[in-house]
Design a binder for this molecule. Sequence first.
Ligand code: TRP
Length: 339
Amino acid sequence: MSKRTVLTGITTTGTPHLGNYVGAIKPAIQASRGDGIQSCYFLADYHALIKCRDPEIVQRSTLEIAATWLALGLDTDKAIFYRQSDIPEISELTWLLTCITAKGLMNRAHAYKAAVQENLEKGEDADFGIAMGLFSYPILMAADILMFNANDVPVGRDQVQHLEMARDIAQRFNHHFGQHFVLPEAVVDDKVSVLPGQDGRKMSKSYNNSIPLWLPEKKLRKAIMKIVTNSLEPGEPKQTEDSTLYAIYSAFASAEQREAMKQAYADGIGWGDAKQQCFELINSELAEARSRYEELMSNPVKIESVLQQGAERAREITIPFIKQLRSAVGIRSLANIKV
Ligand code: TRP
């Protein structure tokens, strides 16, 4: 039986934080170790251009995110790990798909609708500041996925609509031009925790509540000390249910550690102590990878070469497939046409 293909991309617009690690990177690396799957993980730098006009940030973030996956132990002999922009067949497929995608389908995309809504609320023109890249974003994402005939696409809940659109686009293409694409499925794992940030809301760069993954030890400790708690004193029993600190601790803890911490809360552990334990737990999980990360960051040439090798493997799939797709739509050599 052939392996299932699992594919996911990370937009290269920021520095990875603990939430990205717990919610996406760690589970993806774990999944890639399984035998029954071929995983394809990529740096979505074309997607980055939609939100970010600063070339230095795009490049820097690409480096940081690549170094992160490698430092955390992604096995690039097993997983295919590449940068989107190294695969020109993806942009070519984007156009083939753009030509068959209904504009009305794109009009319904949440991200685009939210941008329009925001304009209208401010009394601006509906399309103010909205680039075609934002509007067509789901088509590029569909090309990422369909190019590799991915079966399963692990994503956050906010991306489920994009997967539905990718299926819709694939079906339309298959209907017109024959059976070329597998219909992909979104995989939203409810067991994977959505990590809260320092203020208790979902950890996100845009809320300014995130803890960068690779802070040096002292700064990591400081960041954890800033997690918002309440004014209960040491000795007073505390609740775990609505505790941000407990949620963050739990995301890194074993079942036994969680139980023990629950008991400690009930017994009135002081917030300072609980934070120190949280720091120690997270730090012990990350310390080794952190030194690998620092080493990788000082050797960008090495990372570039890993990505080039990944691109080569990816293109063993994409080059023949785009040839098939070009032919399917009628972009063909004239030499062997029947006259
Ligand atoms: N749009 C995704 C995000 O912002 C990133 C992404 C781009 C992606 N292409 C993809 C995810 C293909 C899964 C599959 O999170």
